[in-house]
Design a protein around this ligand. Sequence first.
Ligand code: FAD
Length: 281
Amino acid sequence: MELKNLTTFHIGGKAQHYFIVNSLPELQEKLAAIRRKKVKYYILGSGSNILVQDQVLKGAVIKLGPGFTKIRRKNNTLIAGGAVTISRLLSYCRAHNLTGAEFLWGIPGTVGGAVKGNAGTGDKSIADIIKGVSGISGLGNLEQLPVEKLFFSYRGSNIGDIFIITEVELALHKSSKHVIKKNTDKYRQLRSSQPRGYSAGCIFKNPSGQIAGALIEFAGLKGKTSGSAIISPKHANFILNKNGRAKARNVWDLIVLIRKTVQQTSGITLELEIKTWGEFK
Ligand SMILES: Cc1cc2nc3c(=O)[nH]c(=O)nc-3n(C[C@H](O)[C@H](O)[C@H](O)COP(=O)(O)OP(=O)(O)OC[C@H]3O[C@@H](n4cnc5c(N)ncnc54)[C@H](O)[C@@H]3O)c2cc1C
């Protein structure tokens, strides 16, 4: 499977092994096979926060399929499958007059990916509404992690890279269509500064008290290119794959350029927000 077709960057080589799983037993079976083969595995959501190498990716890529897209409701708590997309979660909330998740508007990933990276906007992140997480550990055991066992930081969590999030419990509140629309409109507005096209969203985390995009702009790097990859002239913390033909190598060259130049102009070392899969040097 060509991973470029499964990432929003539209970049990435073939996966050596690729599995779509639709139930817990099927997932456990595949994990047992992966353990026997002793290969590394990667968990793929919507592929909206990853840069995958151009060469064949050794190991296995696991994607949760339609069997993990159910949403259940217990009063104002939602239990969403790990593969539920954020847009579907928000439609469900609107239809059931539930408020509290509107800040996720416009984030193009799954619930599983959002929890792993503590996705958010402005001053809110998904950690603010999580009650618990269920998933499968590397050994294939089903584990329930209540919020007391979870630790979230800015775009990060203590959920290990081989723990597969299969369900997430989210605490919401009953509200009115009017309030939900007002909140949604506020977050929709924030999105207008974002460029359109193939990307993985913001490349770097904002350093404490600073804005990564402003530092990159100050370094004079807006519009710089490598092959078909370009540092967005609209929002400097976005790298775009202009025509769908950029390679991971091109994006990585721009990442290296940004880091080096921002270090020289501002004395700050930018930390990646996106995850890289494969070898990047
Ligand atoms: C245009 C655009 C705008 C964006 N805006 C924002 C924003 O405002 N705020 C923000 O926080 N992010 C933003 N992002 C980044 C991205 O959408 C989020 O990080 C999103 O939560 C990633 O989810 P995903 O399902 O695509 O995960 P993927 O990109 O597929 O994976 C990301 C990481 O999560 C892990 N993962 C995925 N699913 C699971 C699972 N079920 N169990 C365990 N681990 C899993 C992967 O292994 C990987 O380490 C934006 C991206 C784009 C392209």
